[in-house]
Design a protein. Structure first.
Length: 203
């Protein structure tokens, strides 16, 4: 998932051939820092959504304070594939606040073109593995979107401060008793591959 500078005129031309770059599957944009947050609502990104829809470029977006804005974008561009990063959680969505955070992102499930990455979760709890206080928020999000629209992810650069990579995986594959084997097949990779039209080379 590549990045672009929304302010550069050449970025607008790049989307037409974006997925022709080797290994490129889509875009990832972040709107959570003070210097980036305004871009979601000040018109800077308005051109992007229609272009990504037109050229079939999936967009991952991290905008924990802008989830209603993302919902409006998804409704106006039904052909756009929009993937919400990190379950829509922000730095303040910790522990007891996780249920409210889950409810905020679950509201986007009504848009069939919105998907969610259930990623970086160890970062949002002060409890040790297996992060039991996150199980109910996770269940509610997965129930709202369905397992085919929920994608596991590690956010590896921050996860290792809280658990091992293996624990990040087994948190889902061994600790969430509300997920079936078929659910896990979709969440742990199949859903993301299909959503991004990601062709895996056969060895």
């Amino acid at each position: 998932m590549g990045r672009i500078d929304l302010a550069k005129p050449q970025s607008r031309d790049a989307l037409a051939t974006w997925r022709q770059q080797p290994g490129m599957l889509g875009l990832r944009l972040t709107f959570h820092r003070p210097d980036m947050r305004a871009q979601l609502t000040d018109g800077s990104a308005d051109w992007l959504w229609g272009a990504a829809e037109k050229f079939g470029v999936p967009v991952m977006a991290h905008a924990p304070d802008g989830l209603p804005v993302l919902a409006g974008i998804a409704a106006r561009h039904p052909g756009l594939t929009l993937i919400v990063d990190h379950m829509g959680f922000g730095r303040e969505t910790m522990d007891a606040h996780a249920l409210a955070g889950a409810a905020r992102v679950a509201a986007l499930a009504r848009c069939p073109n919105v998907f969610v990455k259930v990623s970086a979760l160890p970062y949002f709890t002060s409890e040790p593995y297996p992060f039991r206080n996150l199980h109910e928020p996770l269940r509610r999000v997965i129930e709202a979107f369905g397992p085919r629209r929920c994608f596991w992810g590690s956010d590896l650069s921050r996860m290792l401060e809280h658990c091992s990579y293996r624990q990040g995986v087994t948190h889902f594959t061994q600790e969430l008793d509300f997920l079936s084997a078929d659910d896990l097949d979709w969440i742990m990779g199949r859903g993301l591959r299909e959503c991004l039209h990601w062709e895996i080379a056969q060895q």
